[in-house]
Design a protein around this ligand. Structure first.
Ligand code: IPM
Ligand code: MG
Length: 378
């Protein structure tokens, strides 16, 4: 297979973790005979600094002509001026929208070897294996914004808006994914207060009743969901929710895994089942893959960022955009090996334990991948 992959290293620790992801991509290419044509583009704060826009047109064009995109992180205090007209985050939101990537998938699994890194008790974490499916191109993130002064007082507003169609398609993605798992979908909303949530709840119930009668559906209010994620995390299978609830709850859920540095994500423009053809994806099936963590400016440039979330994002890229499930599993197995061997960055190291650098962890994954040997040709 030949695939074209665009790297968007971005800001802060982004370039450091993307370098390790790229290392793993090349290792996968070497072991399975695929060729990955990898190129880099500017997006985020670095793009503002170098070309004056957080999302240059050339970057959008390059991304559109790719099979997949691997992103590091964007943002940092340097670009935080509230009066700035452009911001690094605008580039990311603009790219998600431009490519129609409405489905954001954030798997949360607990690796037994790093269970001690979680602030939660180990007994609560047994069997945690959940998927947050976040709507990514609608809701309050994309509604009209205002900022004005009325009668001498400043005020601002953000409109939260959803269409039935936007809800239907994300619910279908959640149900398709649940069918390949434990068959349970938890829809999260705030239907006791918000009109968008009441629409969300009724559309979700209808889609599941009409198209997915085999799926076990429950509705949970977002405040209760935040609590149950800590109280009974192992009960969840697939959680589906609107954009901002998904942003918040996926950061909370990352603490189950012990570190934000372990959570990958995939942003897709269609249900992943369309992509399980094991063939070169059709045009328009571009996926964007990124760790869920931010640019962590406080640790940038120190070589201590955890690259595993980015490397696990590479596994999702191989699975969902390139149809290379065997290679995806191999990368995930290599990450497990590295965690078992405790070749970990400081975020996962125990007190007194010698921690590895970002590059050492990347090299350890490449070495573990080599030990797994060649893929069995199907
Ligand atoms: C995320 C991030 C982004 C978001 C920011 C960087 C705009 O927090 O991917 O979760 O809010 O979607
Ligand atoms: Mg977030």
């Amino acid at each position: 297979m030949h695939a074209t992959i665009t790297l968007l290293p971005g800001d802060g620790i982004g370039p450091e973790v993307v370098a390790e992801g790229a290392k793993v991509l090349q290792a996968v290419a070497r072991r399975s005979g695929h060729t990955f044509d990898v190129r880099e583009a500017l997006m985020g704060g670095c793009a503002i600094d170098q070309v004056g826009s957080s999302l240059p047109d050339e970057t959008v064009a390059l991304c559109r002509s790719s099979d997949a995109i691997l992103l590091g992180a964007v943002g940092g205090p340097k670009w935080d001026n509230p009066r700035a007209t452009d911001r690094p985050e605008r580039g990311l939101l603009g790219l998600r929208k431009a490519l129609g990537l409405f489905a954001n998938i954030r798997p949360v699994a607990v690796h037994p070897s790093v269970i001690a890194a979680s602030p939660l008790r180990a007994d609560l974490l047994q069997g945690v294996d959940l998927l947050v499916v976040r709507e990514l191109t609608g809701g309050i993130y994309f509604g009209a914004k205002t900022r004005e002064t009325v009668d001498g007082e400043e005020r601002a507003s953000d409109l939260c808006i959803y269409t039935a169609g936007e809800i239907e398609r994300i619910v279908r993605v959640a149900c398709e994914l649940a069918r390949g798992r434990r068959g349970k979908v938890t829809s999260v909303d705030k239907a006791n207060v918000l009109e968008t949530s009441r629409l969300w709840r009724s559309v979700t119930s209808r889609v599941v009743a009409e198209e997915y009668p085999d799926i076990q559906l429950e509705h949970v209010l977002v405040d209760a969901a935040a609590m149950h994620l800590l109280r009974r995390p192992a009960d969840f299978d697939v959680l589906v929710m609107e954009n901002m609830f998904g942003d918040i709850l996926s950061d909370e859920a990352s603490m189950l895994a012990g570190s934000m540095g372990l959570l990958p994500s995939a942003s897709l423009g269609s249900a992943p089942d369309d992509m399980e053809t094991k063939q070169k994806p059709a045009p328009g099936k571009i996926g964007l893959y990124e760790p869920i963590h931010g640019s962590a400016p406080d640790i940038a440039g120190r070589g201590i960022a955890n690259p595993l979330a980015t490397i696990l994002s590479v596994a999702l890229l191989l699975r969902y955009s390139l149809g290379l499930d065997e290679e995806a599993r191999a990368v995930e197995a290599a990450v497990n090996t590295v965690l078992e061997r405790r070749q970990v960055t400081p975020d996962l190291a125990a007190a007194g334990e010698q921690a590895c650098t970002t590059a050492e962890v990347g090299d350890a994954v490449v070495a573990a991948l080599a030990e797994i040997g060649d893929p069995v040709q199907a």
